[in-house]
Design a protein around this ligand. Structure first.
Ligand SMILES: Nc1nc2c(ncn2[C@@H]2O[C@H](COP(=O)(O)OP(=O)(O)OP(=O)(O)O)[C@@H](O)[C@H]2O)c(=O)[nH]1
Length: 231
């Protein structure tokens, strides 16, 4: 049986086509998958990483961006330790929808959830949202901020390792241990990680950037899984 010190649940949300699935696949499998269709319902992957000498299991939930899956995806927010809100830096409407996503998060997630704003697709040359605008939005809404490229593997490891380090810090300070751990440096090494895959849903049809209304029926499981911090 695999041993680990902490189990953290991380949920990705954001408009259809911003690259949530690609970010998760890049991190868990080290690849940029070709021809991804839209996520139906919710998908999850597990990756065990080592941070500060501790084995950490990350349970990463990739939610469908399409509106019609919203009632399913909302039910996954509640037990999240961290929520990654993703937009596409080359697609203004995905940024304009952020306030709507924040309202959802406020309504359905734990008020103490760690929130990270991610501007994905930095490899694209047709940028519409300057870095500074993303940064300011994140600051205003008490979120961490990072720009990534799932395609070029830019900042993807960093994103998840920083989240893990921050959550370890929170867990330790909650348990009365050193709060200093909260600011522990992230590690970008992927040396001892292992990958597991569990899928409650599939990718189907084609997804497009701003919104998209494609793909077929939902075959996802229902909401609330009971993850907790061990350790
Ligand atoms: N150029 C570029 N394209 C990307 C990047 N990440 C994802 N894409 C492309 O964006 C499209 C959508 O990616 P997905 O990962 O399926 O998007 P999603 O947010 O999971 O979409 P839904 O499942 O519908 O919510 C695909 O064509 C990807 O190849 C990136 O970093 N750079």
């Amino acid at each position: 049986m695999e041993e680990y010190k902490f189990l953290f649940k991380i949920v990705l949300v954001g408009n259809a086509g911003v690259g949530k699935t690609c970010l998760v696949r890049r991190f868990t499998q080290g690849l940029f998958p070709p021809g991804q269709g839209a996520t139906i319902g919710v998908d999850f992957m597990i990756k065990t990483v080592e941070v500060e000498g501790e084995k950490i299991k990350l349970q990463i939930w990739d939610t469908a961006g399409q509106e019609r899956f919203r009632s399913i995806t909302q039910s996954y927010y509640r037990s999240a330790h961290a929520l990654i809100l993703v937009y596409d830096i080359s697609c203004q409407p995905t940024f304009d929808c952020l306030p709507d996503w924040l309202r959802e998060i406020q309504e359905y997630a734990n008020s103490k959830v760690l929130k990270i704003l991610v501007g994905n697709k930095t490899d694209r040359e047709d940028r519409e949202i300057p870095t500074q605008i993303g940064e300011e939005f994140a600051k205003q809404h008490d979120m961490y901020f990072l720009e990534t490229s799932a395609k070029e593997a830019e900042n993807v490891e960093r994103l998840f390792y920083e989240i893990a380090a921050e959550l370890i810090g929170q867990a330790r300070s909650k348990n009365g241990s050193s709060a200093a751990a909260a600011v522990a440096a992230h590690r970008q090494s992927d040396g001892n990680s292992s990958i597991g895959l569990g899928s409650f849903s599939v990718k189907a049809a084609q997804s497009n950037c701003c919104g998209g209304s494609n793909s077929s029926s939902n075959n996802s499981s229902s909401g609330d899984n009971n993850t907790s911090q061990a350790g």
